[in-house]
Ligand binder design. Structure first.
Ligand code: S3P
Length: 171
């Protein structure tokens, strides 16, 4: 089985993917890292030099490649991956894929993205005091896509171990 983790920036997808993969004895992969390897640039540089549209095109290609591989593993998506084109339909249509939404509140997402906002092209230009409203609106737009996941796990105030344990019990 392939496990796909999705959720807003700062929801802990990459961290949980690594810990969950370790727990299950399978590989962890990160879609953003695959995109960076494919293009030969970091995500912020792709946005800067090539633009978001280019990023979304490559994101789709790399998603298709990863999803079609018949190997077990945990794949952490980018925060926007489920929300573009028919990416969420592609994910949901795969019989061997279980998708999990790591759901976090606006306040915990704000705290978590603040620590590394300069690394996140969509958040970079936003002032700290405007961040909760930005995240609130953005999350509201994205929620319908995230909520199409097979499973929803609330990650607020939980340790990595607790989230991993919860997912393991649900699978
Ligand atoms: C994005 C989230 C990022 C990365 C890109 C766009 C988004 O991934 O894919 O900056 O649209 O939310 P993380 O969620 O891992 O930060």
């Amino acid at each position: 089985m392939k496990i796909v983790l999705l959720g807003y920036m700062g929801s802990g997808k990459s961290t949980i993917a690594k810990a969950l993969a370790k727990e299950l004895g399978i590989d962890a992969k990160d879609l953003d890292k695959q995109i960076e390897a494919h293009v030969g640039l970091s995500v912020p540089e792709i946005f800067k030099q090539k633009g978001e549209l280019f990023f979304r095109k490559i994101e789709r290609q790399v998603l298709e490649d990863e999803i079609s591989k018949n190997v077990e593993g945990v794949l952490a998506l980018g925060g926007g991956t489920p929300c573009y084109g028919d990416n969420m339909s592609l994910i949901s249509s795969q019989e061997n894929v279980r998708s999990i939404y790591l759901k976090a509140s606006i306040s915990s997402l704000t705290k978590r993205v603040l620590s590394d906002s300069s690394e996140r092209p969509l958040i970079k230009g936003i002032k700290t005091e405007a961040l909760p409203e930005f995240i609130g609106k953005h999350l509201f737009e994205r929620m319908p896509f995230y909520e199409r996941a097979d499973l929803i796990v609330n990650v607020d105030q939980k340790s990595v171990e607790e989230v991993v344990g919860e997912i393991r019990d649900l699978l």
